[in-house]
Design a protein around this ligand. Sequence first.
Ligand SMILES: NC(=O)c1ccc[n+]([C@@H]2O[C@H](COP(=O)([O-])OP(=O)(O)OC[C@H]3O[C@@H](n4cnc5c(N)ncnc54)[C@H](O)[C@@H]3O)[C@@H](O)[C@H]2O)c1
Length: 367
Amino acid sequence: MSKKNLLLLPGDGIGPEIMNEVKKLISFLNTKKNLDLVINEELVGGASYDKNKTPLTDDVLYKAQDSDAVLLGAVGGPQYDKLDFAKRPERALLRLRKELRLFANLRPAICFSELVSASSLKPEIVSDLDIMIVRELTGGIYFGEPRGIEPIQNGERKGINTHVYTTKEIVRVTKVAFDLAKKRNKKVTSAEKSNVMEAGLLWKEEVQKFYDENKQYKDIELSHMLADNCAMQLVRNPKQFDVIVTDNLFGDMLSDEAAMLTGSLGMLPSASLSEKDKNGRIRSMYEPCHGSAPDIAGKGIANPLAMILSFAMALKYSLNFDEVSDEIDKAVRAVLKDGLRTPDIMEDGKKKVSTSDMGSAIIDKLN
Ligand SMILES: NC(=O)c1ccc[n+]([C@@H]2O[C@H](COP(=O)([O-])OP(=O)(O)OC[C@H]3O[C@@H](n4cnc5c(N)ncnc54)[C@H](O)[C@@H]3O)[C@@H](O)[C@H]2O)c1
């Protein structure tokens, strides 16, 4: 089996603590399951700023470009809030996304039945929910030109942003969604505002054209939904969805909404993927949806499961270890079933455990 290179970027706050649990897991998998994962660890975000006066050095960026997958903890903290924009920890994420050309953001929203009471929705609506939101990450209104704030008459000002998409941008993210649906429950819902936006109409037409022209996806059911209706349907009946594909702006909102259906921030992984380069290589970055949680950093109580599930996604989508990835998902379910809980997901009658206990319990289940 060929060696796979993983770059670990623990970052700030609870990042190093939760990454530590992934390191334990990797060392177990290398020894017991012969995975041959080679890890490299580097600074990012505030930790990198403290040492190098920049949140991401060129050297670390090259290492990220050269690895089979990047695993990131979290960046940021109150001590960096007053830095110039260019030096802020979050700039590292933006630069990594840009330079690795990560155009597709995969945000699963999974509600483990054992944690159903953490959701603000009725248990029957969210129990065993498993949907995937695919958000376009490098186009649309967040990047469109012209943009800016300009003076107009009477001392007033005008703020401008441009919502723009090309066929190529739409088609490549659509393909990601269909490929995921093939491995899942074979349904794709495309969300846009084709009723009021030309770029939304183009989105809808290009998604439909892609489906009509690519017969290998005929076993998948495609539907189109207006993004505002999609937001409503997500709280009304989220289990109707399998894969939702949408643009950068709507994806930002819909993926946060879907995440909150599950109620527990410490449980949510994410992945960002690039196109194939000329050598057939896809770059990727995996990270939990939560931030660096400075309020609990260093206390050994952070929930490491979002980080561990992000690693499981890397095993599936970048490293070709689908089976091990599924085993980790099952191990997470099993420890929750056993009643183990970090404080953020603690309920009456369950057993409160530390970050490290939770990581070790996952390994015990895999043994
Ligand atoms: N991708 C990223 O690295 C990322 C994302 C969001 C925020 N941030 C940064 O993180 C810092 C804190 O931001 P915030 O407080 O708004 O969001 P946050 O996600 O860090 O924390 C929100 C709340 O959830 C809790 N929480 C989050 N993850 C947890 C976990 N794994 N286990 C247990 N509890 C957890 C925190 O203790 C806090 O009470 C800021 O500097 C922000 O810029 C980074």
